[in-house]
Design a binder for this molecule. Structure first.
Ligand SMILES: [Fe+2]
Length: 152
């Protein structure tokens, strides 16, 4: 393999990790949309839904970048679970503040993953991924900001 091939393979792998994180963060955000309780219920229920919709909207874009690069992408819940770095959160009694904190941490980690993927896109000379990641990063930073202000 040439170094160009290596860079492309590393980018594809990173995009598939990002895709797995995106699906996992989507489900986690929906989980909190469904289970949040307390005095902030209404606002958080709606915020989590809006964020989940935004996150889900990224999945197809990320997967199709992988295909456009000639790679294979994720195929199943099992492949998502194997690739994601987002921890499960199955305690439905987690309090509202704990949910917001978790999602803040996850979205912050997601920003770091986006930046690492952008770096690899640069190395692979993939201008399209390099450019589109800036929008995904701005969205993730906005989600993190909204969550951060709630627990400030
Ligand atoms: Fe709903």
């Amino acid at each position: 393999m040439t170094s160009k091939d290596n860079s492309k393979a590393a980018l594809i792998d990173s995009l598939n990790g990002l895709l797995a994180d995106t699906f996992a963060l989507y489900v986690k955000t929906k989980n909190y949309h469904w289970h949040v309780k307390g005095p902030q219920f209404h606002d958080l229920h709606l915020l989590f839904d809006a964020q989940a919709t935004e996150i889900f909207g990224l999945t197809d874009l990320i997967a199709e970048r992988v295909r456009k690069l000639g790679g294979r992408t994720l195929t199943s819940i099992g492949s998502i679970a194997a690739k994601t770095s987002i921890d499960d959160s199955d305690d439905t009694n987690l309090d509202a503040k704990g949910m917001v904190k978790q999602l803040f941490d996850d979205n912050t980690a997601y920003v770091a993953t986006l930046k690492a993927t952008k770096e690899l896109a640069g190395e692979a000379g993939d201008n399209a991924t390099d450019g589109i990641i800036d929008d995904w990063t701005d969205q993730a930073e906005q989600r993190a900001w909204f969550l951060r202000e709630i627990i400030a």
